[in-house]
Design a protein around this ligand. Structure first.
Ligand code: 1GP
Length: 244
């Protein structure tokens, strides 16, 4: 079964949680322990990626350490074509739709596509939309961030992604954002599109996760909450809220 099929089967039963690991933020062995615990708590897949400092070496070592410990899909969440791991189960083949930098919209993808083909990685096409404040990824990606009070702008981008044939849409407030993507925006996008909607950035507790789910996220992504493995009890609450 492909990762896409597996995710779609699971999505039929309810909202999913994905744990994001930045390979630049801890040793591979620590990443392995964090995801082992996250899987024990019920996370549905692991995403591996970061906006800066991802190298072929830290990426490969982290993906291998994760794969050695867990059975859930490991999906590479790339910041560019400079590092692509053959060890991941799939790659978000994504375009940062609201970047001012054409390289983020299509250049890295053109560089990466032959590598993805050669490595036989499963591409999961995704429209990546950065919502204010956008944090590091918004800055590095030179995003024209979607204003928080403009759900209709987010809807227009998300619809454009779907009409272009992208299989997933990701609304991203940025890792460590003080607030997640506004609920009204999630609701508006959810009711406009038919493809699975990922929502991430600034989700640090169960209550927030429950609100993001209720607003219509198909997949809730958290990263910071498990960085350095400090907040596994919070992660437990988040995953319970998403699966309840
Ligand atoms: C970043 O949306 C993810 O791409 C995760 O954000 O680190 O704030 O959980 P956090």
């Amino acid at each position: 079964m492909t990762v896409d099929e597996l995710l779609r089967n699971k999505l039929r039963k309810g909202t999913l949680h994905m744990t994001l690991i930045d390979p630049a933020k801890q040793e591979p062995s620590q990443a392995g322990s964090i995801v082992e615990e996250a899987c024990r708590l019920g996370t549905d897949a692991i995403m591996v990626g970061g906006s800066t400092d991802v190298t072929q070496q830290n990426l490969d070592e982290t993906v291998l350490a994760i794969k050695a410990n867990v059975d859930v899909p490991v999906i590479y969440f790339p910041s560019g074509a400079h590092a692509i791991s053959p060890h991941a189960d799939a790659i978000y083949f994504m375009s940062m739709l609201n970047s001012r930098n054409l390289n983020m919209v299509m250049g890295e993808q053109v560089r990466g596509a032959p590598i993805v083909k050669m490595l036989k990685l499963e591409p999961l096409s995704m429209g990546y939309i950065i919502v204010a404040p956008g944090m590091k990824v918004g800055e590095v990606g030179q995003a024209d961030v979607i204003p928080r009070d403009s759900p209709k702008t987010a809807v227009a981008y998300a619809l454009a992604a779907q009409f272009l044939g992208m299989k997933y849409v990701y609304l991203e407030a940025g890792s460590g954002a003080p607030e997640p993507v506004p609920e009204e925006m999630i609701r508006a996008v959810r009711s406009a599109i038919d493809v699975p909607l990922l929502v991430g950035g600034g989700i640090r507790d169960a209550e927030t996760a429950a609100r993001v789910k209720a607003a219509g996220a198909s997949i809730v992504v958290t990263g910071t909450v498990v960085e350095e493995g400090h907040s596994m009890s919070r992660l437990q609450g988040i995953i319970e809220a998403i699966h309840s």
